[in-house]
Design a protein around this ligand. Sequence first.
Ligand SMILES: [Cu+2]
Length: 466
Amino acid sequence: MVSRRIFFKSAGAAAVAAGLVTRVGAASLPEAHVAGNAATVPPPLPPSGRPFHPVVTLNGWSLPWRMNKGVKEFHLVAEAVEREIAPGMKVSLWGYNGQSPGPTIEVVEGDRVRIFVTNRLPEVTSVHWHGQRVPNGMDGVSGLTQPPIPVGKTFVYEFEARRAGTFMYHPHADEMVQMAMGMYGCWVTHPKDPNFMRADRDFIFLLNSFDIEPGSAKPRVNTMLDFNLWGFNSRVFPGIDSLHVRQGDRVRLRVGNLTMTNHPIHMHGHEFVVTGTDGGWTPPASRWPEVTVDIAVGQMRALEFDATELGDWSLHCHKSHHTMNAMGHQVPTMLGVDQRGIAEKINHLVPDYMAMGEKGMGEMADMEMELPANTLPMMTGQGPFGSVQMGGMFTVLKVRKDQKPGDYSDPGWYQHPPGTVAWEWKGELAEAAKSSSAGGQSMPAQGQSASESFKAHKPQGHEGHH
Ligand SMILES: [Cu+2]
């Protein structure tokens, strides 16, 4: 039974939303543009409004808008979507406008922006504009600054994009479930002066994680730490597009983290500086060179570098479990364990049993292991020299001399100049030196002289305590 109070509250909310629409004279909602696949869509130049240099959303796209009497209008639809997270695995997520993550929203500092949000989920939602300066009632925290958007209803958010920078958007209603299901997107407010902090290539993506049982298609929504799929923009290696740039380009990567843990993002071949956070551009005097930047939960970091070095450079999270797909995280350590004979015996009982991990787990990338339908090998990817043995948050930055400005197509593998690839030594090998593995200690243990060998003993007075 619906109480009178709740009835009046939701009627009031609908009236507020309807009032805004009438007040601006919008006879119809802006079109809700939809993306049907996970391709990286190279940026078109803005067809209306003030000029800016658009970003390239990795395995994503930017949402078209319409101008309505000087106001930029967007239409986001919160809904269930199907996302291919890598070839061979499709998952059922929630997102916006056909995909997870939702499309990137791009505006210019000072723009008046109106976002219509339609809720096609089975439960209430809201949208929070993470990092932005907005009137309090536009902050999107359901219950605190607005009633939640009921199922089937459309709410309107309207504010001025006051501060240039990189932001995110996500629900602030049943957040744990809705974010675990893939609801988030990027927002870029470009500076008024299109030449301020100009980059030749400006990439953007979110870090994300899912816990999806191999063989199933739906994330477990209450997992806190044990995720098994780690992604850039709801894609995992080898499904993440590589980044293609021209030698000498000023390159910016804007990376936001809406997972449950931090990610040290590491790039090979170049040093970069952090030029922006969710709080704005960093003062130039505050920047120092890095090759890894830890991006904490709820943070965005904009990295910049001059792409001077030709080649195929890895770009990945440095937590080794985050460059691995499902299946690998609970395998026991079998390094050095001779499993000959065991597999044979077990095969009598379990015909498909395979011994694993005796010489490390890299060999698993080459095994023709039978996988359940709809999952991914834990380590995979064929490079020009063999298996890359990766998964999860891993992709490649390709720097080429002849990549045309504005061309984001894949130039293929790097052709190394002769004599510049690590080679095999074929001469005599010296006998390996044996070490006793002994070491010293900085101070003698209590009751011991420095020369006495270390003996473990129970501390006094702790008998019976374990
Ligand atoms: Cu990570």
